[in-house]
Design a protein around this ligand. Structure first.
Ligand SMILES: [Ca+2]
Length: 173
């Protein structure tokens, strides 16, 4: 009788560990976030200053800002290392504008295969403090897709966070 109980217990433990393994497999990472504070995947050129206040609505502990510059020569790039080819939603997050000096026409560029694909004109005085989707892009595995912004708008430029969310290998409807 004791043997039966022991075998029963072992079967239960085995089934339990299979269930845990299955649950862990289901928790596949699908969101790839690059913040201005990320150690990898975020690069700038030119003059960017740290803003820890962020109007209380930045992503993470701080964000960067660049003084309005007609040449737009202050540039920030977010470049994730994607684990597989497929369709990704690309979203941007920028902090609040407590001094009312952010650009209303900041350029954000999405590039795939290292080629600029789509340009967006973003009003940084609106929709801050949340993820804003720029759309769905087919990206290759690796670090060939990126988002960039610059200081060439009519107000200060902001570099905060970008998120690539894996949607699948087939084009979402
Ligand atoms: Ca940030």
């Amino acid at each position: 009788m004791k043997k039966v109980l022991l075998v029963g217990l072992l079967v239960c433990l085995f089934a339990g560990s299979i269930a845990v393994m299955a649950a862990e497999k289901a928790k596949e990472v699908t969101e790839f976030i690059i913040d201005n504070s990320s150690k990898e995947g975020f690069v700038t050129k030119g003059q960017w200053m740290t803003d820890e206040g962020q109007g209380g609505q930045g992503f993470g502990t701080d964000s960067l800002w660049a003084m309005v510059n007609p040449k737009g020569s202050d540039i920030a790039w977010w470049r994730p290392n994607l684990p597989k080819e497929g369709y990704y939603d690309v979203s941007i997050w920028y902090c609040g504008d407590p001094n009312n000096d952010h650009a209303t026409n900041a350029l954000f560029i999405v590039a795939v295969n290292d080629k600029e694909t789509k340009v967006f004109v973003i009003d940084l005085k609106k929709d801050f403090g949340k993820w804003n989707s720029l759309g769905v892009f087919k990206c290759k595995k690796g670090d060939k897709a990126y988002v960039s912004t610059n200081s060439g708008g009519n107000g200060n430029g902001i570099a905060d966070a970008v998120k690539f969310t894996f949607l699948g290998t087939k084009k979402p409807k």
